[in-house]
Ligand binder design. Structure first.
Ligand code: ZN
Length: 247
């Protein structure tokens, strides 16, 4: 957009207030990628607007759902790639808000919703402030935990709840088979065994909040013996690398 187009436009607070009235109370937000709601709230906070969104804010990251349905669940494709993959007619240019919304809706229209509707994402713009508001979500195949924020990574990684590996299905205490170990500075893994539900992989991701603090997203997931061996190998490789670096 150029200045000419923006010259007579209404201001952000006016437009966004209208948008929220249009949404009503029970809107579900669906975005391509995980950044749009963060950016929206960042702008609202810049204008010191009250945030009318529910907390915690769940939304659908359609880019992630696309990957879960058509790829490995991890790859992230551009909107354009997804539109081409699904053979949707490209009538409008990309990277304009209205057109990108249109394409995202078209993609959703073609999705087998029953297969993905469980996979809601959590918005990380507003994070838990105390231990009591920390977020625990149970999915069919895994559990997700979002911590409150911490001063730094070291403090976060000493927190009992961050490191906890109780069974997410039955709540039982588990036996730690592979203790938490880091791969790089942002990812940590562990394997524990529930007496009833077997092997459970823990994965910790260290993330930075909008106000430059640290928070943790931990997932717990049942795995097979083979997957445990892979994590053991990863652990051995990480140890070797550490030894090498310290010499
Ligand atoms: Zn269990």
């Amino acid at each position: 957009m150029n200045m000419e187009e923006l010259k007579d436009a209404r201001t952000f607070p006016q437009v966004i207030s209208d948008f929220f009235s249009w949404c009503g109370q029970d809107a579900q937000f669906c975005t391509w990628g995980s950044l749009d709601l963060v950016e929206l709230q960042r702008n609202m906070s810049f204008y010191r607007m009250e945030n009318p969104l529910p907390y915690p804010l769940f939304y659908y990251d359609v880019q992630k759902l696309f990957s879960l349905l058509y790829e490995d669940g991890k790859t992230r494709r551009s909107l354009k790639d997804a539109v081409e993959f699904l053979g949707i007619r490209k009538e409008a240019p990309f990277h304009r808000a209205f057109e990108d919304t249109y394409y995202t809706a078209e993609i959703m229209g073609l999705m087998d919703w029953d297969r993905v509707k469980e996979y809601r994402s959590v918005d990380y713009f507003r994070l838990p402030e105390t231990r009591n508001d920390e977020i625990h979500i149970l999915f069919q195949n895994y559990a997700k935990y979002v911590s409150r924020t911490f001063r730094d990574r070291e403090t976060a990684l000493q927190d009992r709840e961050v490191l906890a590996t109780r069974c997410y299905i039955c709540g039982a205490k588990t036996k730690r088979l592979v203790p938490w170990f880091g791969v790089g500075a942002k990812h940590y893994y562990s394997v524990s065994r529930c007496p009833v539900h077997g092997l459970i992989k823990g994965k910790i991701r260290v993330k930075k909040s909008v106000n430059d603090r640290i928070f943790i997203v931990k997932t717990l997931k049942r795995i097979s013996e083979d997957e445990m061996q892979q994590i053991r190998a990863k652990n051995a490789a990480a140890k070797k690398k550490k030894r090498y670096e310290s010499h």
